[in-house]
Write a protein that binds this ligand. Sequence first.
Ligand code: ARG
Length: 588
Amino acid sequence: MLPSKALEQRLQTAVLAVLPEADVTTVLVRPCQDTKFGDYQTSALMALAKARKMNPRQLATDVLAKLDVSDLCAKTDIAGAGFLNFFLKPEVLQDTLLGAVQGKHLFFAKAEQPKTVVIDFSSPNVAKPMHVGHIRSTILGDSLARAFRLLGHNVITDNHIGDWGTQFGMLLLGWKTMLDKAALETDPIAELERIYKQLSADCKADESKLEAAKQELVKLQAGDEENLGIWREMIALSQNQFDTIYGRLGVKFDHVLGESFYNPRLKSVVEELKTKGIAKESDGAICVFSDGSVPQKEDPFLIQRDGEWNANPCLIQKSDGAANYATTDLATLEYRLETWSPDKIIYVTDGRQQLHFRQVFSVFRRWRPEVKVQVEHVWFGAILGDDGKPFKTRSGDTVKLSDLLDEAEERSFKTVNEKSADLDEVTRKEIARVVGIGSVKYQDLMPNRQSDYVFSWDKMLALNGNTAPYLLYAYTRIRSIFRKAAEQGVVVAPGATIHLKAADELALAKQLLNFGFVLEGLVDECRPNYMCNYLYDLAGLYARFFENCPVLKAEEPERSSRLLLCEVTAKVLKQGLEVLGIETTEKM
Ligand code: ARG
């Protein structure tokens, strides 16, 4: 068992010995921010004491008297207002590292109670090119799925593609009246986009076109075979395009259940909400209004205008009888509960959908108060250009994801050509692919997800700084030590152990031990940037170690010990990057 987990368990037992009624699930051990105060600490005793009007330092003293951790810790301390600090024994640290070398663990423990988690992400719209706006959802959602899975949770990924809606009226009319078959062959999405744009313009100028488009939509909704056939073809063409991008990004889905999949359920959702008195008619439409159960400031069905609170209802059915986005999301929730009984459902979309999800979640709670599922909207900010406005091409168009990935690979190919001209072309291309795609992903995951960030080729491809190339380079440097060792006939001595003496060795080792905490923090708050910052610090500590502690030039047993330390560092770097969906390369 990891020493931090063992400490935590024993601490919880000791707390129970002193306070038999305490809820010890909050008694957690965390790494100390500053290692001079210890390796791990808990602040939980202060909260327990406060709730019982006890003296926190006295409680800490009493707990410590019941706590035997002499096999794990060289020292335990009560500090400040009642922190308990733990200093690991060097042997314990060394054994833990050796355990990782031997593949027994990688500094994290699988969840004791695995949860079923549905992650709804990417979810682009049919007949439109995937653009840079979809990238954050795709990359963020994929990283969350990887992290949850690594911790042993049962993850179900679901791509809720937009394959239904009023846009199909125009697309169908366009398909029938102005489709360029040859263009459809070469670039189907561009052609679909063209007919859509052209018809939107035509409809604005010509009422009769708008009417014709509406008729096509009505026919589709009524199940007209011809229109259904065309609609299916448009979906298939789009899916092809999505799959190419997902393939390049290494993203997979367990399910692709588009909005249309839920059409058969929509009527009954509306009916149920009406019978339960949650939704009611308003100007011919069916809406959900505030029930006054939460303070006005937090109520998603109210909006403040000129100092007054006004109704801001959630539309469940339009006056023409059509259901909408929120209705589909309610039906989707119902389906997911029935099918997978999840403990948690995570929706990854941009911040502009916050109100939508607050309303959907609130309607859902009123509709199904007995259901325990946790629903969470994991939202993110925008990608901006240099001018601080949404990122666009020079000509002002949205940036297509495929073009963006091409450019990332091309740019990084240039650097690889300059730096590693000696490698053959296939290898250089492959390195450029890993670095290029990795850079795009890392730039996207590294900022706090709720902040907007400025897209910058130079920054993301820089070899210095908190970037993918920096981390990938750190990884290749470690791998090159092992290549050199092999050339020199150097091997790790059989039965070698790890012993840590130099300050830089100790600092690196302690950072490695914290990997699991970072993983758990990422999963708890759905923030992959925690992993980015951790890996950046790890690479920095490794660089210091490598500068100050000779590896291949050291004498045994130091050399083997340090080689092993290098090996686990590489393992953790690789695993951490994998959580971010970033591949590694052996050379750069
Ligand atoms: N298709 C939507 C869009 O592009 C995102 C769907 C998100 N998922 C959901 N269950 N609403 O904006």
